[in-house]
Design a protein around this ligand. Structure first.
Ligand code: ATP
Ligand code: MG
Length: 436
């Protein structure tokens, strides 16, 4: 039979790698709590129309990156979420989440985009998504950026660079758009194919071009900042003042537009040069119009998304994430016949089984050896498990209602302990280990 394989661009996380993800998730849980953000979870599948309306038809995501399909059972047009914001806003509107005032929420999980797989770019990847709904800013904009700065510090990432920009309001963007179209039309012959296609659909995106031949043209294009009105300018100025106040360095990148239609006012990205071409680890911004666009009572909102794969790639290169340790205790038991043909092995296995459960009652992390084998091979497994202690139950131990405890790391220690006092003995020993 031929082997079955994972879908292209979608990764398996084996236990060693997954342990690092869990370590990150523990860190994140504390981080969210520090800032008072609460978890929310929405389905992976949504109506395709949600993303078309929310993200915008002329964006990369909706144009060419979505996993969309027709449900063959009922004809529904569905899409695997390519990002979190649209689904979270849909749910917030559907459940009237802002009824009692603004909300700080986060979500975590897989998102799907049909892109060409390469380092830092996958078809199923994961995002840490944070949204603050109902806040007009700029104080909350600064809070989101500040909390990211803290996360980078906690993860030991010292090379993260912050870029910010203001996209103004819809009228200001419209005026800028007219100016852009005029400018690019006057330079038709210098446009690449992508830019020509976007010229009338989404000229702002041309500014985002990665084509080296287009950089000059994009640099000299009319700036949105020249079209901002007093309110937008004030919002941006105050955001910068909050960041200065928090001691967070940034550069203003007037060409940063972000790849989604829904942004207004504040947009930002955290970038590193340690990941090659895929250097954007986190992107975010304000989307004051989306809640209303989805049929809710008008309310402002702002959020960001971190790419988990890119983040963990960085942490692996020298960050500070302690990965999960081994278990506390590995319980093994006699398996070979003792020659007498008696019931000792079975009794040892049963006693070991009960001992393991008993230790778990005390909250210890216990791995029970399963599948038999010689003591020697079991001891190898015990060592590899990362356990602090091995508990050994042989025929002698069964007869004496005892177990042998062997310390597997640090100073050697081996003792016979009665089954009755084993639990307390190990709890005390492990507590002493923790202290030192
Ligand atoms: P890029 O310019 O790299 O395509 P983007 O603007 O499409 O990024 P966002 O939609 O802002 O990305 O998503 C937020 C974050 O998710 C990105 O900053 C990045 O870290 C991560 N990300 C985006 N696309 C992918 C992907 N295909 N694979 C892995 N991570 C991704
Ligand atoms: Mg993209």
């Amino acid at each position: 039979m031929s082997k079955l394989q994972a879908v292209k661009g979608m990764n398996d996380l084996l236990p060693e790698e997954a342990a690092r993800w869990q370590a990150l998730e523990r860190k994140l849980a504390a981080w969210f709590a520090t800032y008072g953000y609460r978890n929310m979870r929405t389905p992976v599948l949504e109506q395709t129309a949600l993303f078309q309306r929310g993200i915008g038809e002329a964006t990369d995501i909706v144009e060419k990156e979505m996993f969309s399909f027709t449900d063959r059972l009922n004809g529904d047009e569905l899409t695997m979420r390519p990002e979190f914001t649209a689904g979270l806003v849909r749910a917030a509107v559907e459940h009237n989440l802002l009824y009692n005032g603004p909300r700080r929420i986060f979500s975590l999980g897989p998102v799907f985009r049909h892109e060409r797989p390469q380092r830092g770019r996958y078809r199923q990847f994961h995002q840490i998504d944070v949204e603050a709904m109902g806040f007009p800013g700029p104080d909350i904009d600064a809070e989101l950026i500040t909390m990211l700065d803290r996360l980078w510090r906690e993860l030991g990432l010292s090379h993260m660079r912050l870029e910010i920009n203001s996209l103004g309001n819809a009228d200001e963007r419209r005026a800028h758009r007219e100016a852009l179209i005029g400018y690019f039309e006057a330079h038709q012959s210098d446009l690449d194919e992508d830019a020509r296609r976007r010229l009338h659909a989404n000229p702002l995106r041309i500014l985002d071009t990665k084509n080296p031949a287009m950089q000059d043209l994009a640099d000299r294009a009319p700036k949105l900042s020249d079209h901002l009105g007093a309110d937008s300018i004030a919002h941006f100025r105050e955001l910068k003042a909050y960041l200065d106040n928090a001691g967070i360095a940034y550069t203003v990148n007037p060409r940063m537009v972000r790849g989604l239609d829904y942004y207004n006012l504040t947009v930002f990205e955290w970038i590193t040069d340690q990941l090659g071409a895929q250097g954007t680890v986190c992107g975010g911004g304000r989307y004051d119009g989306m809640i209303e666009l989805f049929g809710g009572k008008p309310a402002p909102a702002v959020g960001f998304a971190i790419g988990v794969e890119r983040l963990l790639d960085l942490v692996k290169q020298g960050g500070l994430l302690e990965s999960a340790e081994g278990c506390d205790v590995y319980v093994m038991h006699q398996d070979e016949m003792d020659g007498s043909g008696g019931a000792a092995p079975k009794q040892a296995a049963h006693l070991a089984f009960r001992v393991a459960e008993d230790l778990r009652d005390a909250g210890l992390e216990v791995v029970l050896h399963c599948g038999g084998g010689s003591f020697k091979s079991q001891m190898k497994k015990a060592d590899a498990s990362g356990a602090e202690f091995a508990v050994i139950v042989g025929a002698d131990e069964v007869a004496a209602a005892q177990a042998t405890v062997k310390k597997l790391r640090g100073d050697p220690l081996q003792e016979r302990i009665s089954i009755i006092s084993l639990k307390q003995y190990l709890v005390d020993k492990l507590a002493m280990e923790q202290d030192t």
